[in-house]
Design a protein around this ligand. Structure first.
Ligand code: KIV
Length: 263
């Protein structure tokens, strides 16, 4: 997938598919798949490192994840998430953070929210860095939002989110993630923009969809919001495999004769 194809994909109503990815082995599998874009999301803080929010992950950790994904899927379009506050200190600190992700192999960066970031986005875009926006439930603002909850239910919030979406497009974002919004609002935003929207928990009317890999693979049984569809019973399959290994070791059936070196 090439960034120049995105507006055309929107016009032709060909859905854009993005999945999060954080490691080399999964990236190698996704490299063979029909998925358009891999998002090295800061959700890595939660699903890879076990934190309760996305806030603790650092730019160094994000760069390691981007580099691993790039080695596994060198030809895929890779979006690297800018971690909490890494794009809010100063323009120079932002450019350093972005440089780390791009040099690690990202094809683009993603940042959350728009208020106070318009100039940053313009500067990055003019410097040759494609920027994906992200509005609605922005997990880096979990403490301000009062938890992980659907956004845009009240009229004033709907209006504000529409204005934020337009501001992302004006600042130069090439695509926009809409997270946890009512379907009608996501549809209105999608219709108002020339750039594609990629939804997660934002209904069926967005130009594309993204899911977190662990949710899609059924690896995280504690997390079951209504927007997640599990394509694999991953937790059960992996647990069975570990238990079968343990049982084979204990009853002596592993290693079998063909799994040993003779001589
Ligand atoms: O970090 C992430 O995984 C994300 C997606 C939920 C869009 O930002």
């Amino acid at each position: 997938m090439n960034i120049l194809q995105l507006p055309e994909r929107k016009l032709r109503r060909e859905k854009i598919v993005m999945v999060t990815c954080y490691d080399y082995t999964s990236a190698r599998i996704m490299a063979q798949s029909d998925v358009d874009m891999l998002l090295v999301g800061d959700s890595a803080a939660m699903v890879m490192h076990g934190h309760e929010s996305t806030l603790p992950i650092s730019i160094e950790e994000m760069s390691w994840h981007v580099a691993a994904v790039k080695r596994g899927a060198p030809k895929k379009f890779i979006v690297g998430d800018l971690p909490f506050l890494s794009y809010r200190r100063s323009l120079s600190a932002t450019v350093d953070a972005v440089a780390q992700l791009m040099k690690a192999g990202a094809s683009a960066v993603k940042l959350e929210g728009i208020n106070g970031s318009e100039e940053t986005i313009r500067h990055l875009v003019h410097s040759g860095v494609p920027v994906m926006g992200h509005i609605g439930l922005t997990p880096q603002s979990v403490n301000t939002l009062g938890g992980f909850r659907v956004q845009g239910s009240k009229d004033e919030d709907r209006q504000r989110l529409k204005l934020e979406a337009l501001a992302c497009e004006r600042a130069g974002c090439f695509a926009l993630v809409l997270e946890c919004l009512p379907e009608t609002l996501a549809a209105e935003i999608t219709a108002a923009l020339a750039i594609p929207t990629i939804g997660i928990g934002a209904g069926a009317e967005t130009d594309g969809q993204v899911l977190v890999m662990q949710d899609l693979l059924g690896l995280n049984l504690d997390f079951r919001p209504r927007f997640v569809r599990r394509y694999l019973d991953g937790n059960k399959l992996l647990l069975d495999a570990f238990n079968n290994f343990a049982s084979d070791v204990r009853d002596g059936s592993f290693p079998a004769s063909e799994e040993r070196y003779a001589g």
